[in-house]
Design a protein around this ligand. Structure first.
Ligand SMILES: [Zn+2]
Length: 66
């Protein structure tokens, strides 16, 4: 786990940060205190993003068939 110092994206306080990667390429950083919450937050976002991608792909497949 690599850590850098900066401002936490969740609580906006200066701390040692851990990066969290979103499926759409964004990266947010959280401090130790927000880490569990941030992990959950990013996971939920990525689940939503994945579902959206699958919906798009399914629609494209349907359009090809029609
Ligand atoms: Zn924080």
């Amino acid at each position: 786990m690599c850590t850098t110092e900066g401002i936490c994206d969740w609580c906006k306080r200066s701390a040692l940060l851990t990066p969290h990667h979103y499926l759409d390429g964004k990266t947010h950083h959280s401090c130790q205190e927000c880490h569990a919450f941030a992990t959950l937050d990013v996971r939920l976002y990525n689940i939503g993003e994945k579902a959206e991608q699958e919906r798009r792909n399914a629609r494209q497949r349907l359009e090809i068939q029609l």
